[in-house]
Design a binder for this molecule. Structure first.
Ligand SMILES: Nc1ncnc2c1ncn2[C@@H]1O[C@H](COP(=O)(O)OP(=O)(O)O)[C@@H](O)[C@H]1O
Ligand SMILES: [Mg+2]
Length: 314
């Protein structure tokens, strides 16, 4: 199988700030890679280089076999890029926007209208098709933005945080749309701040932190390294807190003494949960509350860097 996207030792600085410090990634044809990272990690910079909007300082990037620096036109002809909204005209309606984009891509008069209709249906925008875009909700805008980038049926698609800031319903709708795209065999590079999103959609996940890939693997591999579930325990008495932490220990333990809470990575099994509870019980330490939840981006970062993200949007 050929690789749709190949990134070798890619570097980029803005003034004195190193934003990408030698990134290596491969996305095989027809697969999806999620680039997972907090704000400022370098996700958009990577996407902008791959989509020929920005030059790298060093290294190489091939998209569809074409070098982004040497053959930008060829690259542009085979990619779809979303996340910029640059293409959307606020005063036109959804259908007009799609038809205008079709014309821009020289789609041919007979093809434009059916393709626009097809995309409106696929993206749940039929009802909104004749309304001006300035009346659209955030979720509708995202969907139109994605539809616009697909007008020419590109085989390689870049999705830059397609669901950040969306309400849960719109997010799920967007996930369904992305899944359908994958069934059609397109190659997707998606960036996200949500482990859950990467986990649900992607074949592989690369975790980006301050311009470096700090972990890479399938969602299952990554989760088994981080722990597929987290237990959060609140200790009843403050005086027991230190003792509880020292008794439980283990990888990925996170403590918050003020809230008397302890977070632990586990495999989510009843056996493991029981083990922790038995330790506390055996020491006569009472607990106030306990919950089990799936890991977040913060948990992934805590595991791989020992630090939590300084994410401002989350
Ligand atoms: N055009 C630019 N000029 C200067 N600094 C930039 C520019 N674009 C991005 N940066 C900086 O590069 C870092 C990475 O940005 P970005 O790639 O947008 O991260 P992400 O998309 O992961 O949030 C940030 O610190 C950001 O401030
Ligand atoms: Mg970004």
């Amino acid at each position: 199988m050929t690789d749709a996207i190949v990134i070798k030792n890619l570097t980029k600085s803005f003034k004195n700030q190193k934003v990408l410090e030698g990134i290596n990634l491969v996305v095989p044809q027809g697969k999806m890679l999620a680039l997972l990272g907090p704000n400022g990690a370098g996700k958009t910079t990577t996407i902008r280089i791959l989509s020929t909007l920005l030059n790298a300082d060093g290294g190489q990037a091939l998209v569809g076999g074409f070098d982004v620096a040497r053959e930008p036109k060829r690259v542009r002809s085979i990619i779809g890029l979303t996340g910029q909204y640059a293409a959307v005209d606020e005063y036109l309606n959804g259908r007009e926007n799609l038809e205008m984009m079709g014309a821009l891509y020289h789609l041919g008069k007979s093809k434009i209208k059916p393709r626009a209709q097809e995309l409106l249906e696929q993206f749940d925008l039929v009802e909104a098709a004749s309304k001006p875009v300035k009346t659209y909700s955030g979720g509708m805008r995202r969907r139109l933005d994605l539809a616009l980038s697909l007008i020419s049926t590109p085989p390689i698609i870049f999705l830059d945080e397609p669901t950040t800031g969306l309400d849960p319903r719109s997010r799920i709708l967007m996930w369904d749309i992305i899944k359908k795209l994958m069934e059609q065999g397109v190659t997707i590079l998606l960036t996200t701040q949500y482990l859950e999103e990467a986990d649900k959609l992607a074949d592989r996940i690369a975790v980006l932190d301050k311009g470096k890939i700090i972990a890479e693997g399938t969602p299952t591999e990554l989760k088994s390294r981080v722990g597929s579930e987290r237990i959060e325990i609140t200790i009843d008495h403050k005086s027991d807190f230190k003792k509880a932490v020292s008794l439980i220990q283990g990888s990925g333990l996170r403590q918050n003494p003020e809230e008397r809470s302890i977070g632990i990575s586990t495999d989510g099994s009843v056996k493991e949960i029981k083990r922790v509870l038995d330790i506390l019980d055996g020491a006569g330490i009472e607990i106030d509350a306990m919950s089990v939840h799936t890991p977040t981006l913060d948990d992934v970062f805590l595991h791989f860097t020992g630090k939590e993200t300084n994410n401002i949007t989350q």
